[in-house]
Design a protein around this ligand. Structure first.
Ligand code: 3H9
Length: 696
C-alpha cells in the first residue's frame, strides 16, 4: 500500500482514505495506492462494502495537473476506475471539500455517493483547456441529462451538494462524513442494494440540442478549444455506445492536453495561485480586519469600487464635496443594482440588503472610524495630496489609506501624510464592480501589514490582487501605453482603425485599441498628453497627432456619439467615419509617410510586442514580481485571451529569439520606442525564456 492511500476497516466496511495534501490530487502514488486498496478490500472476505474518502480538507480535487506533459508513470487512471466500477463489492464515495475533475469522475465510478452539505462537485477541466478525460463526459450526461451536462462541463461550475442531490449526482447528503458514509454503506448492504453502474443508464437528447448549443455559445467560447471538444464528447454520449463514447473522449482529451491552449490555461491556473505569494510579506503577516470602508468620490469609479465591498457585506460610507454629487453617485449605484435585479442576476431582497450597507456624507469628519479609506477623485497630484493630508488628520490610527490612482506616485501621495506606512495604491479597473483585477501598488514605505491587508481585502471582495511597484502607469497601464501608442503609429503608416481593431479582435482580445479608446473616452488621454507635453522624450517620435486632431473636433468616443468611429443612438457598433480617415491620411501626408498595407500578423506584432518589451523592462526594474503576474494582469484587466496565457507566456510560446528579432527590426525602422529591453536581449543570449525567471 502506498503512503498516499490508507486502508482500514470499520466492521464490515473497508475505509479507503486518500492522504495526499494539499488537495488529494490523483498523482501516480495516489493511483497506485487506490488500485492496491481496492484489491485489498476485494480480497478480504470480511469486507462487504467500501467507502472512499479524502483525508484532510477535501475529497480528490482532480488529476495532478503538474503531471500533464510529463512521461507517464504509475497505474493508468482508467484501469483504477474500471476496477472500481467492476468491483463485486459495493463502493460509496464520501465527499467533503471538493470533488473536482478526475475526483468527481472517480466518485462517478463508485456505485453510490454520499456528501456533506458544504461539499462541492464539478468538472472544471475546461478552465484548464481540457475536457473531463476519465469518463466524466460520458457518465455525467447519463446522470443529469445531456443539456445540464453541457452547462456543467462547458462552464466548469461547482455544484453544492444539496443541489447535486437534486440533480442526481449525489445520492445522500448528511452531516458526519465518515460515520454518515459508513452508515449509508451498511444500509445499502443490508438492503442488498444493486451495484449501480452509471454506464448502464441510457443517454438520449434531441437531435438539434448540440448545434443550438454551439450557436448560442459561439461568442463565449470564441478562440478556446476545450469547450467545443466538451460539446463533441457529450454529443457522443448520446449517439455512441458507452465504450465508443469513452474512446472518443480519450482521443479528444489527448488533443486538448497537447494543445497550446491548454498549456496556456494551465499556466494561468498556477499563475493565479503564485500571485498571492510575496517573498517579503509572508503568508502569516497580520492583516487588519476591514469592517468598514470609506470611499472618497462617488463618481463612476468610486461607485463601482464601493459596490464590491457592499456585495461582500462590508458597510461603505461615501464622501463627496456636494450633496448633489452624492445623490447622483448613489443614484448610479442604485440603477446598477436595479439592472442586475431586472436581468435576474440578483434578488430584490439582496439588492435592498446591499443598498442598506451604504451611507453617505459631505463631511470628512464622518469617515474617521473606517478601517480602510479609498480615494477615487480626479487624477491630479495636488488634489490627491490635499486629500491625503486631510485624511491623516481624521482617520483613526492604523486605518489603511488607499488611492485608486492609475498613474500617480504613491510615494508622493504618501508624503502628504505622517503615516506613509499605512498608504498604498489600490488600482481598480473600470467597470470596477465587474473587472476582476486589482493592482495593489506598494509604496517605498508601505508596511507589510498594509500590503497584506490590501491584497487580502481585494481577494475577499472577489478580485485577483496583484502586487506591483510604484512607477508611472504601474504595470498594466504602463504596458497599455505602448500598445495603444503603437496602434496610432500604425494608422500613420497606412492602417485604418477598423483593420487594426479586427486583427486584435481576431487575436482574441474583446476589442481593438480604437474601439477601446472610444469606449473609455478619448479626452482623458488627450488631457494627459497635454499635461505631459513638456516631459515628452525628445528622442522619441510623437504618436498623439491623430488622436489629438480627433479630440479637437470634440469627438471623445461613445459618450459624444463619435470618436475614431461613429455610433448610432443606443448602439455600440463602431461605424467607420470618412472624416477620421481623412485626418489619418492627412497626418501621413504631413509626416511624409508613404502609406502601406499591413497583414493581420504585422498588426498583431506591432500592437502586442510592445507589451512584451515593456513587460521585460518592468520585470528588470522589479515593478512586477514575476512574469506570470504580468500575465494575470493582462488577462484579468485587459481581456488578453487566457488561451494564450498572457503576454509573457505568449512570448515564450513564440520563442523569445523570434520576438527579439522582430523588435530589432522595428527598432531599426521606427527608432527609440522599440529599443529592445536589455532583459529580453539577455534572456535570448542565454537561451532562456520568461518562465526561467519564474522558477528563480
Ligand atoms: C483532471 O482532473 C483531468 C481528468 O478529467 C482526466 C485525467 C485523465 N493538481 O487553489 P489552492 C495545488 S484536471 C495539482 O490555492 P484552494 C495548487 O496549485 C484537474 N496541484 O487552494 C496549490 O499549490 P501551492 C481538474 C493542485 O483551497 C494548492 O494545491 N481539477 C491541484 O483555494 C492549493 O490550491 C481542477 O481543475 C491539482 N489538481 O482551492 C481543480 N489543485 O500551494 C483545480 C490544486 O503550491 N483546483 N493544486 O500554490 C482547484 O480548483 C482549487 O485548487 C481547489 C482548492 C478548489 C481544489
Amino acid at each position: 500500500m502506498s503512503d498516499a492511500v490508507d486502508f482500514t476497516k470499520q466492521g464490515a466496511i473497508g475505509v479507503i482514505t486518500v492522504n495526499s495534501p494539499p488537495v488529494n490530487a490523483l498523482s501516480a502514488a495516489v493511483r497506485d495506492g487506490l488500485g492496491a486498496a481496492f484489491d485489498k478490500g476485494q480480497a478480504d472476505p470480511d469486507v462487504k462494502a467500501m467507502v472512499l474518502l479524502g483525508g484532510g480538507r477535501t475529497f480528490i480535487a482532480g488529476a495532478d495537473i503538474r503531471e500533464f506533459g510529463q512521461p507517464p508513470k504509475g497505474k493508468p487512471f482508467h484501469e483504477v476506475l474500471l476496477a472500481m466500477e467492476n468491483s463485486t463489492k459495493l463502493i460509496v464515495a464520501a465527499i467533503h471539500g471538493t470533488a473536482l475533475g478526475g475526483g468527481l469522475e472517480t466518485a462517478l465510478c463508485c456505485h453510490y455517493r454520499f456528501a456533506v452539505p458544504a461539499a462541492l462537485v464539478g468538472l472544471p477541466e475546461v478552465k484548464l483547456g481540457l475536457l473531463p478525460g476519465a469518463g466524466g463526459t460520458q457518465r455525467l450526461p447519463r446522470l443529469v441529462g445531456a443539456e445540464k451536462a453541457l452547462d456543467l462541463i462547458t462552464s466548469g461550475a461547482f455544484v453544492p451538494a444539496p443541489q447535486a442531490k437534486e440533480m442526481g449526482i449525489v445520492d445522500e447528503v448528511g452531516d458526519d462524513l465518515l460515520a454518515g458514509a459508513v452508515a449509508f454503506a451498511e444500509t445499502l448492504v443490508a438492503e442488498n442494494a444493486p451495484l449501480r453502474k452509471i454506464r448502464d443508464i441510457p443517454c438520449e437528447a434531441d437531435a438539434g440540442l448540440f448545434d443550438t448549443y454551439r450557436k448560442a455559445n459561439a461568442r463565449k467560447f470564441r478562440g478556446f478549444l476545450a469547450p467545443w471538444k466538451c460539446i463533441d464528447c457529450v454529443e457522443a454520449a448520446t449517439t455512441l455506445s458507452f465504450d465508443e463514447g469513452i474512446a472518443r473522449e480519450r482521443a479528444l482529451f489527448m488533443e486538448c492536453v497537447t494543445s497550446p491552449e491548454s498549456a496556456a490555461q494551465r499556466h494561468v491556473f498556477f499563475a493565479e495561485r503564485e500571485v498571492a505569494k510575496i517573498p517579503d510579506v509572508p503568508k502569516d503577516t497580520p492583516m487588519k480586519d476591514i469592517k468598514k470602508v470609506a470611499m472618497i468620490g462617488a463618481g463612476t469609479m468610486g461607485g463601482g469600487i464601493a459596490m464590491n465591498f457592499a456585495n461582500a457585506g462590508i458597510p461603505v460610507i461615501m464622501l463627496e464635496v456636494t450633496q448633489e454629487n452624492l445623490d447622483k453617485g448613489m443614484g448610479i449605484i442604485q440603477r446598477n443594482y436595479q439592472n442586475t435585479v431586472n436581468k435576474g442576476g440578483l434578488s430584490q431582497a439582496k439588492m435592498d440588503q446591499r443598498m442598506a450597507l451604504f451611507s453617505s456624507t459631505t463631511d470628512l469628519a464622518d469617515i474617521g472610524d473606517a478601517d480602510l479609506v479609498i480615494e477615487a477623485v480626479f487624477e491630479k497630484m495636488e488634489l490627491k495630496k490635499e486629500i491625503f493630508a486631510k485624511l491623516d488628520g481624521v482617520m483613526k490610527p492604523g486605518a489603511i489609506l488607499a488611492s485608486n490612482t492609475s498613474t500617480l506616485s504613491i510615494d508622493e501621495i504618501a508624503s502628504a501624510t505622517k503615516r506613509p506606512e499605512s498608504v498604498i495604491g489600490m488600482h481598480f479597473f473600470s467597470p470596477a464592480n465587474v473587472m476582476r483585477l486589482l493592482e495593489v501598488v506598494r509604496g517605498a514605505k508601505s508596511s507589510p501589514e498594509t500590503i497584506a491587508t490590501a491584497m487580502g481585502i481585494g481577494r475577499k471582495v472577489g478580485k485577483i490582487s496583484v502586487l506591483v511597484g510604484n512607477c508611472f502607469g504601474f504595470v498594466g497601464n504602463r504596458m497599455l501605453h505602448g500598445y495603444t501608442g503603437e496602434g496610432t503609429f500604425l494608422l500613420e503608416n497606412g492602417a485604418l482603425p477598423q483593420q487594426v481593431d479586427k486583427a486584435i479582435f481576431d487575436f482574441g482580445l474583446p476589442m481593438g485599441p480604437f474601439a477601446m479608446g472610444d469606449m473609455a473616452g478619448l479626452d482623458v488621454g488627450w488631457l494627459v498628453r497635454k499635461a505631459r507635453a513638456a516631459d515628452r522624450p525628445t528622442n522619441e517620435e510623437y504618436g498623439g497627432t491623430i488622436p489629438d486632431r480627433i479630440c479637437e473636433l470634440g469627438r471623445f468616443g461613445q459618450k459624444t456619439a463619435g470618436g475614431y468611429y461613429d455610433y448610432k443612438e443606443g448602439d455600440r457598433t463602431p461605424i467607420p467615419n470618412p472624416e477620421v480617415q481623412g485626418i489619418i491620411e492627412q497626418v501621413s501626408k504631413e509626416k511624409n509617410i508613404a502609406r502601406r498595407e499591413f497583414s493581420e500578423e504585422d498588426i498583431v506584432k506591432r500592437c502586442l510586442y510592445p507589451l512584451i518589451n515593456i513587460g521585460a523592462q518592468i520585470l528588470a526594474e522589479g515593478m512586477a514580481m514575476r512574469p506570470s503576474d504580468i500575465d494575470i494582469i493582462y488577462i484579468n484587466g485587459y481581456g488578453f485571451p487566457a488561451y494564450r496565457g498572457g503576454p509573457m507566456a505568449w512570448a515564450d510560446a513564440i520563442g523569445l529569439e523570434n520576438v527579439l528579432a522582430d523588435i530589432k527590426r522595428f527598432h531599426a525602422e521606427f527608432g527609440e520606442r522599440w529599443r529592445p529591453a536589455p532583459l529580453l536581449e539577455k534572456l535570448v543570449a542565454e537561451g532562456k525564456n520568461f518562465a526561467s525567471l519564474q522558477a528563480a
